[in-house]
Design a protein around this ligand. Structure first.
Ligand SMILES: CC(C)(COP(=O)(O)OP(=O)(O)OC[C@H]1O[C@@H](n2cnc3c(N)ncnc32)[C@H](O)[C@@H]1OP(=O)(O)O)[C@@H](O)C(=O)NCCC(=O)NCCS
Length: 185
């Protein structure tokens, strides 16, 4: 009963200072992912970002693309770090005229399946809301069931497909599933 109540309070915790307080006073109450934080990506992060990118995709982005994203005013480039400042994930989001588009979300291979993808998407949705976006869009390969299940479970809906959008290893093209999340006013 007390533990349930405590977990509910913990769920409301937003600020890093509060997390630090809970981590010190109730160390068993926060797991590893609870203690991870988001911050803006910088150029110095690119080697770690490229490691995660290359372990996440068969066709990873080139480093130059991340440089371009860092320069573009309407792009938000986020990284997530654990309590020892090891990078665990990153995400690139473009926001324009009321629409946020998730261009890349990648969790380090050894940090998956602990709830970090969900935590990162919650962060992205929160930031999109702050920027007064009305919707969050993204594209995903039909051959990526983990990502589709994550987005489905968060309330994203399929809104269409882009035929032959992605390259595949076999040389054939794969469609993109387009998904959208509507932000309540
Ligand atoms: C897809 C990805 C972002 C998921 O991140 P994650 O941190 O492992 O996901 P979470 O642990 O937060 O899981 C949240 C939900 O996603 C789904 N999910 C995650 N991994 C899954 C898997 N391997 N198989 C099926 N469903 C999965 C589940 O619904 C899960 O909820 P549950 O734990 O209650 O069952 C991660 O696997 C990744 O970075 N992959 C490589 C890059 C990539 O494909 N990015 C997305 C491009 S669109």
């Amino acid at each position: 009963m007390i533990k349930t109540l405590f977990n509910q309070i913990k769920g409301l915790v937003t600020y890093d200072a509060d997390r630090e307080f809970y981590a010190k006073v109730f160390p068993d109450s926060l797991d590893r992912v609870d203690l991870m934080r988001f911050r803006k990506m910088t150029k110095a992060d690119l080697p770690a970002v490229m490691n995660i990118e290359q372990s996440g995709y068969i066709f990873p982005w080139a480093e130059g693309l991340f440089h371009d994203c860092l320069k573009a005013a309407h792009y938000d480039c986020w990284v997530c770090e654990d309590s020892e400042e090891k990078m665990t994930a990153f995400c690139i989001v473009s926001t324009m005229v009321g629409e946020a588009t998730v261009l890349n979300l990648c969790i380090a291979a050894d940090e998956r399946k602990q709830g970090l993808g969900r935590k990162f998407m919650q962060h992205v949705i929160e930031k999109a809301r702050e920027r007064k976006a009305e919707s969050v869009f993204l594209e995903v390969r039909p051959s990526n069931p983990a990502a589709i299940a994550l987005y489905d479970s968060m309330g994203f809906n399929e809104i269409g497909t882009r035929p032959g959008y992605y390259k595949t290893e076999s040389g054939e093209k794969e469609d993109a599933i387009m998904m959208a999340y509507t932000l309540m006013p």
